[in-house]
Design a protein around this ligand. Structure first.
Ligand code: MRU
Length: 353
């Protein structure tokens, strides 16, 4: 596992995933503005990784604030939080991480500003460490849904580098392999930014997990020919009713799975569940630069000049297409997911396996 993001001697180092798989390059961020830019420009992407990067960015921002008292510090810190929140609208982990850092700062308001700065760094590091542990748990709960010799299909990248480490959907695959199961993964290339082709294929190959890269529109072909046993994807935001926002194309994949009787699993931490959002229809969908569609990776033009383009980066898969949502406290039927809010219901009572 290579680090996705890390705090190193007062800077935040972000893996520049736009350069993968050809080059493994880290960008050093000396201020919160650069971290925010890195999130927006997809140096680091994937819901949990965005959350941890934002938290580290805020810890960096706290060091840029000139203040002697908490009352001086707080409005400036809130401005930095707002700047960070404006980077990407769909992944709720971003807002979850910002809220956690704000609450943590408030809880320590009686301490000196210097102490608060240090504590915010510690808190962001804690979030990173917790995320890896969370993903291992997701892997443990999810691997029971993977059988020996399964052919899995996945979309986008929900691997180690989409998180602080280990991955969500890919964590489930990794866990199954660690248990000795033989698997093979069909990797959707994931137009337009190609997270599947560039990142998932690369990660699986690094892990020696057999995989086959396909274009997004080939998924139905392989299902029709009985070559896919199970689908596992990640999530950017899950609503209370179990609807799931994930990379554009996830909905089409889920519909295909239903048609072919293939179970469709979503692996995500509790921090991806938006317990304030009733249904997926309210999830904000990021609209990205048309150039991502008209050009291959911003370089080679493949569409006529001036063509009208739509580029929604995510779609919402209704809960009825989802077999189970796999979290760090167990796998659940999507309709039960809202009952996990605030730890009110014992997950044991709701778990599927
Ligand atoms: O635009 P991206 O690359 O940030 O989109 C990422 C996804 O859609 C992932 O599937 C999701 O964030 C889960 S990552 C563990």
């Amino acid at each position: 596992m290579i680090p996705t993001v890390e705090w190193k001697n007062g800077i935040v180092r972000m893996l520049d995933q736009t350069r993968l798989p050809l080059e493994t390059v880290y960008n050093d961020c000396k201020d919160y503005q650069t971290v925010a830019r890195g999130i927006k420009e997809l140096w680091v992407r994937g819901a949990p990784a965005i959350g941890v990067s934002a938290a580290m960015g805020l810890a960096l921002g706290a060091r840029q604030i000139a203040a002697n008292t908490f009352d001086e510090f707080w409005p400036k810190f809130e401005e930095i939080c707002a700047h960070m929140a404006a980077t990407r609208p769909t992944a709720v982990n971003l807002f979850w991480a910002i809220e956690r850092m704000k609450k943590f700062a408030q809880a320590n308001r009686e301490k000196s500003i210097d102490e608060i700065r240090g504590l915010l760094v510690d808190e962001s590091q804690r979030m990173l460490d917790e995320d890896i542990e969370t993903n291992r748990r997701i892997g443990g709960y999810g691997s029971v849904f993977v059988s020996d010799d399964d052919n899995i299909i996945t979309h986008c990248n929900a691997g180690s580098i989409a998180t602080a480490g280990y991955g969500t959907a890919e964590g489930v695959m990794r866990s199954a392999v660690e248990e000795g199961k033989k698997i093979h993964v069909y990797v959707d290339e994931t137009r337009p930014v190609l997270q599947g082709a560039r990142l998932t294929a690369w990660e699986l190959m690094q892990e020696n997990i057999p995989c086959t890269l396909i274009t997004d529109n080939m998924a139905g072909y392989f299902m029709f020919h009985d070559m896919v046993d199970v689908a596992i994807v990640g999530a950017d935001r899950i609503a209370r009713n179990g609807d799931v926002a994930n990379k554009i194309g996830t909905y089409s994949l889920a519909v295909l799975c239903k048609e072919h009787g293939i179970p469709f699993y979503v692996a995500a931490p509790l921090s991806t569940i938006d317990f304030t959002m009733e249904a997926g229809s309210s999830i904000p969908i990021e609209e990205r630069d048309p150039r991502e569609v008209t050009h291959v990776f911003g370089k080679v033009q493949i569409a006529p000049d001036g063509v009208r383009v739509a580029n929604p980066a995510f779609d919402v898969t209704p809960a009825r297409y989802i077999t189970a949502i796999i979290t760090e406290v167990g796998a659940f039927h999507p309709k039960d997911i809202h009952r996990l809010a605030d730890g009110k219901t014992d997950p044991e009572k709701l778990r599927l396996k």
